[in-house]
Design a protein around this ligand. Structure first.
Ligand SMILES: [Zn+2]
Ligand SMILES: [Zn+2]
Length: 775
């Protein structure tokens, strides 16, 4: 008789709510092992008993064959005394009331799986056409979880009692819905309804009725996973224009949902990397180069496809595929792509509560396609694109959050990083996990601030965190900074406050994103942080920065030469003011931008010269603004970064000429961005087409980055350049910069897992705070 051994195994990571226990059950019984498996707040615990080779085989397959949604981070084993019992059992979940630490991870919301889609379209299946079908491998997670451990009573599915059939599946380890917490069916689960703006149910089937309204060109509010969307027929010009007018969203592009890859491919060019992003479990919005047939203005002829008002003047289109059964059914019924944009007015956060939806979207939507499963956490769609075959996240939210960014060097003490002001995220970190939050939004109003504070509390509870270190931006007026300071002041135990300079946080975020922080050193590197606005250590506004940085600190190696911002924040909203500041000329010598703004031009130039209400800035964003205004792209903006976005669209992709910029080689060195602005003026004066001028300006910025990096390489002997800051969302600039630096032999780090814009700041703050906290 073979000697039996018994081994206790602990599995940590995303292992709950992903079918891990039935997987273990099937694996163990298949190998003839006895024992047990269960969830506890620390993850999954297993005991297996049997011959040593079978136990070894079990351990091998445990990691190799884990279920699709599982993310195993650590497996630890311990020898036990064999019990002699022959059965294998699945233990019930323990409650969270015990004192064990909650180390288990909650998984992100996941797109409907192929098995569920098959059942959804099978008339013989009892869930045929049921808009809430899900299983262990797919469905809502983060957006419905109220607490851990992840179990039905702690989700917004708690109010739906399972019918007998669902309960039987839920209890059967051989079933795909074994312990699928949100499982349900038409007999026992949530129900769909189509309502008018007064809340009255509309007659007929909700899906068919909603599809008919869309086809008629009406605006439909649709309750999704993380909030309400507003939808219109993407091909209907009038509907898209009406949606813009009612939403007070003048120009910012809308995203489009297409039924499948083939339909998406008729709107945008999809390469292998983009296809894998579109069809990934996270199902983000993917920015794709638009097909010219997809009604692109002003570069293409109108045609079938997408209304011009969907993404005015943009060469790219944000496209996503259905990620809930409701979306699949709706898209099939409408049989054409639909605009699907955040359900909100102007810049408010996306609406996610039903009563709030009727109140706030009642004046926008003609009807509401809604249901009675509550959304616990407001979560926007994520936005990404492929860059050189790698994902490049622009907004990291639904489908990705709350999975942690793993930072191998870890966090000696728990950290809360409060993030920036615009595109805010916060980050809670402990051990090796940085939990970067969902997209909170611009922390400029009470509603967003409430999302922020509630979000922090929710994450603290979910991941059992009690941060001892609080990191924040240096800007004293950011609401996130004020929150951090107040938290420290009111904490009885005393918290360590860590102010982190904005652009240092950008570069640290890029290092952590690339795993360069994993040895704890993370640098030093040449950090190029180009963005709109960040508070500098000298009290001026930075944004065109060359840093020599590691995680713990930085030196300002160089920057764009500062210029006044006449009118302060007014200069951000009105790019022509930056043109006036850069040109520093009050005579109207035939420049269009002067003529267009002649009434206020002399006063603004005088204001800039005298330094009245004209803070100095080295911002790269403002340099782009000046060029955009002079090129007639726009004198005033409707959303952050708009002038730069449209300048990129204007540029001729085939032109590679670059304007030169002078460099004053002090320390820190200064690059004269004004040389580029003057070159734009001169080139226009000799009749060079605007498209060519815009391209030469972009390549000029790339060239000045190259020059700055070469100078710092000479001075500091550094061979790695990290690119961060929202300006690098500009694909033309990013491509040109990376190519130039690589041609010079630099190792270039760009963002992938967290955004290069301010959405990535909180991760950077967290790793900087940890580096300073390390003994
Ligand atoms: Zn499924
Ligand atoms: Zn049921």
């Amino acid at each position: 008789m073979t000697a039996l051994i018994r081994t206790a195994i602990r599995v940590e990571g995303v292992v709950q709510g992903v079918g891990f226990r039935p997987f273990v059950y099937t694996l163990a019984t298949g190998l003839g092992l006895s024992g047990l498996v269960g969830n506890d707040p620390g993850g999954v615990f297993v005991e297996v008993e049997g011959p040593a080779p079978a136990v070894r085989e079990f351990l091998l397959r445990l990691e190799r064959d884990a279920p699709p949604l599982a993310r195993i981070e650590r497996v630890t084993t311990r020898a036990m005394t064999p019990s002699g019992l022959a059965s294998f059992a699945i233990a019930a979940s323990e409650s969270a009331s015990g004192s064990a630490p909650r180390r288990t991870l909650v998984s992100a919301d996941t797109a409907t799986c192929a098995d569920c889609l098959r059942e959804l379209s099978d008339p013989a299946d009892r869930r045929f056409g049921y808009p809430f079908i899900n299983c262990t491998n797919c469905g809502p997670r983060f957006t419905i979880v109220r607490d851990v451990p992840y179990d039905r009573p702690r989700t917004t599915m708690a109010t739906f009692a399972m019918c007998e059939q669902c309960a039987a599946e839920y209890r059967d380890p051989a079933d795909r819905r074994y312990h699928a917490q949100p499982t349900c069916c038409p007999a026992c689960g949530p129900r769909l309804a189509l309502r008018d703006p007064a809340g009255n149910a509309l007659p007929g089937g909700p899906i068919a009725g909603a599809a008919e309204l869309l086809r008629q060109g009406r605006v439909l509010a649709v309750k999704g996973l993380g909030g309400y969307h507003l939808a219109v027929d993407a091909a209907c010009e009038e509907a898209a224009a009406a949606l813009r007018a009612r939403k007070h969203r003048e120009d910012k592009p809308f995203a489009v949902m297409a039924a499948d890859l083939a339909a998406a491919g008729r709107l945008g060019h999809i390469d292998a990397a983009a296809a894998s992003l579109l069809t990934s479990q996270a199902r983000p919005i993917v920015l794709l180069p638009r097909r010219t047939g997809a009604k692109l203005e002003p570069w293409a002829e109108p045609g079938a496809g997408v209304a011009a008002a969907t993404a005015p003047g943009n060469r790219h289109l944000g496209i996503m595929l259905p990620y809930t059964p409701l979306h699949h059914l709706l898209l099939a019924a409408v049989a054409r792509p639909i605009v699907l944009t955040s359900g909100n007015v102007s810049d408010e956060p996306i609406v996610y509560r039903d009563a709030d939806a009727l109140a706030r979207l009642g004046g926008i939507a003609d009807a509401f396609l809604t249901h009675d499963r509550a959304i616990h956490v407001r979560t926007d769609d994520s936005v990404t694109r492929a860059f050189r075959g790698r994902p490049m996240l622009i907004r990291r939210s639904r489908g990705y959050v709350p999975e942690p960014v793993v930072v191998a060097s870890g966090f000696p003490r728990q950290v809360l990083a409060c993030g920036a002001e615009l595109k805010n995220t916060f980050c809670l970190a402990k051990d090796r996990h940085a939990f970067v939050s969902h997209h909170i939004g611009d922390l400029e109003n009470a509603e967003t601030l409430r999302s922020f504070t509630e979000g922090v509390e929710h994450f603290r509870r979910l991941f059992d965190l009690d941060p001892r270190v609080v990191a924040h931006d240096l800007h004293p007026e950011y609401l996130s900074t004020k929150y951090a300071v107040e938290l420290a002041e009111t904490s009885p135990e005393g918290l360590s406050l860590q102010g982190v300079q904005h652009h240092h946080a950008h570069i640290a975020s890029c290092l952590a994103d690339n795993g360069a922080a994993d040895n704890g050193a993370g640098g030093p590197v040449i950090g190029v942080a180009f963005d709109g606005t960040g508070y500098g250590t000298d009290g001026t506004i930075w944004g065109g920065e060359f840093l020599v940085a590691d995680l713990a600190g930085f030196e300002r190696g160089g920057h764009l030469a500062p210029v006044p911002m006449p009118g302060g924040s007014a200069a951000i909203r009105q790019p022509w003011r930056m043109a006036a500041a850069y040109l520093d000329a009050d005579d109207s010598d035939g420049l269009e931008v002067m003529r267009r703004n002649q009434a206020r031009w002399p006063a603004v130039v005088a204001m800039a010269r005298r330094g009245v209400n004209s803070p100095l800035t080295s911002s790269a964003g403002r340099l782009f603004d000046a060029a955009a205004s002079i090129l007639g792209v726009r004198d005033a903006i409707n959303y952050e970064g708009q002038a730069a976005v449209e300048l990129e669209q204007l540029a001729d992709p085939g032109e590679t000429g670059a304007y030169p910029a002078g460099l004053d080689t002090g320390s820190p060195f200064r690059v004269r961005g004004g040389d580029l602005v003057q070159a734009v003026v001169d080139d226009l004066a000799v009749g060079t087409p605007r498209e060519i001028v815009a391209a030469r300006f972009h390549h000029g910025v790339a060239a000045l980055i190259e020059a700055g990096c070469l100078l710092l390489r000479d001075r500091h002997g550094l061979g790695t350049a990290a690119l961060s800051g929202g300006v690098f969302q500009n694909l033309l600039l990013l491509r040109a910069t990376v190519s130039r630096l690589e041609a010079r032999g630099f190792r270039v780090l760009v963002h992938s897992r967290v955004p290069c814009n301010d959405g990535g700041i909180s991760l950077g703050q967290a790793v900087v705070a940890a580096a300073r906290d390390r003994p």
